[in-house]
Design a protein around this ligand. Structure first.
Ligand SMILES: Nc1ncnc2c1ncn2[C@@H]1O[C@H](COP(=O)(O)OP(=O)(O)OP(=O)(O)O)[C@@H](O)[C@H]1O
Ligand SMILES: [Mg+2]
Length: 237
């Protein structure tokens, strides 16, 4: 494998085995091959159920592959590793320092203020609390989250407001690889364009991305390359 790839999927396949249903097998995706370089944005398109989310979850190691490889060039762990084979402590290290994942839904943490949720990854990485909160608050302002909500608990926020927290808490620490599963689905068009602007800034800073966007125009704006996934097969570029 060439060194300049940050991520490379090789014949990646996932079959789900439903143990509760007598071992019934469901195909998630099969024979997926693509590479992502530093600062490159790759889009995954295709019909509902074609396996897009499952591919992203496998890159994040939420799912283990049934077949093939997900090569990732890690900075903090051990150079090029197979995401599907590394130990749990490496998964933790990579998730907290290198790979960010934004889905459509915020897992709300009770009684933690919005700005604290966003600042937490910075504080964990040694940024002084006052500075971390300032950076987080500035980011939330850019995302048009009303200032009186910065100190409030997101459990009562609207869907779009929660999503802004979800986006902010991941882009704030500028991951090397960012995984996006319909992150803008619950946002109004103006907020979407702000998020797309923030993603462009991350990209210019070298962040590589793999993203799913149902809106064709947003996808076009986002991706350097789009791969069409159909019934688990990679179809064409
Ligand atoms: N944890 C799981 N257990 C069993 N089957 C699963 C699991 N996750 C996904 N699947 C199945 O894998 C297939 C692909 O699902 P996936 O969510 O990846 O599709 P998708 O392309 O993201 O669809 P959508 O555009 O609707 O979000 C589906 O048939 C789904 O039922
Ligand atoms: Mg999906």
């Amino acid at each position: 494998m060439e060194n300049h790839y940050l991520l490379r999927l090789e014949h990646a396949a996932k079959t789900f085995v439903l143990h509760g249903l007598g071992g019934k097998k469901i195909m998630g995706f099969r024979d997926i091959n693509f590479t992502v370089r530093r600062g490159e944005s790759v889009g995954l398109a295709g019909p509902s159920g074609s396996g897009k989310s499952s591919i992203i979850k496998s890159i994040y190691r939420t799912y283990l592959l049934s077949h093939g490889h997900i090569w990732y060039d890690s900075k903090y762990y051990d150079g090029i590793v197979d995401i599907s084979k590394i130990p749990e402590r490496a998964v933790h290290l990579i998730r907290t320092n290198e790979i960010g994942y934004i889905s459509q839904f915020l897992r709300v943490i009770p009684r933690v203020a919005a700005v604290e949720i966003v600042a937490e990854p910075l504080i964990r990485n040694g940024v002084p609390e006052v500075e971390a909160k300032k950076v987080s608050s500035d980011l939330l302002k850019r995302l048009l989250l009303p200032e009186n909500l910065h100190d409030a608990y997101p459990s009562t926020f609207s869907g779009g407001e929660q999503q802004k927290i979800n986006i902010a808490k991941t882009i704030v620490w500028r991951p090397r690889l960012l995984l996006l599963d319909e992150p803008t689905a619950s946002l109004d068009t103006h907020s979407v364009s702000i998020v797309m602007g923030l993603l462009k800034e991350l990209k210019e800073g070298g962040t590589a991305m793999v993203g799913i966007f149902h809106d064709a125009q947003i996808m076009n704006d986002f991706a350097d390359t789009v791969y069409n996934i159909d019934r688990g097969f990679y179809v064409e570029q």
